[in-house]
Design a binder for this molecule. Structure first.
Ligand SMILES: [Zn+2]
Length: 79
């Protein structure tokens, strides 16, 4: 299990996600993001707008995703 925070994944808070794969991590982060979006949480809305700007460029998204995957892979694996 590895741990990353909402902030590390482009979000806005220090909530921790725990997952064995980066895909799983990304899914948890996305679900949390959607929940915060539905609550209208301001900091997360801001973070989401920034991500949407990034989404306009497929290359930027790929680069961001690859960088985060590397960050995930470099983390210590804890039980
Ligand atoms: Zn968050």
């Amino acid at each position: 299990m590895k741990t990353m925070t909402c902030k590390q994944l482009g979000g806005a808070c220090d909530l921790e996600f725990h997952a064995d794969t980066f895909e799983e991590m990304a899914t948890q982060s996305k679900e949390h993001g959607m929940e915060m979006f539905q609550k209208g949480e301001e900091e997360h809305l801001k973070a989401m707008n920034q991500m949407q700007e990034l989404m306009k460029s497929p290359d930027a998204v790929t680069n961001w995703f690859n960088a985060k995957r590397k960050e995930f892979e470099s983390l210590p694996d804890k039980e």
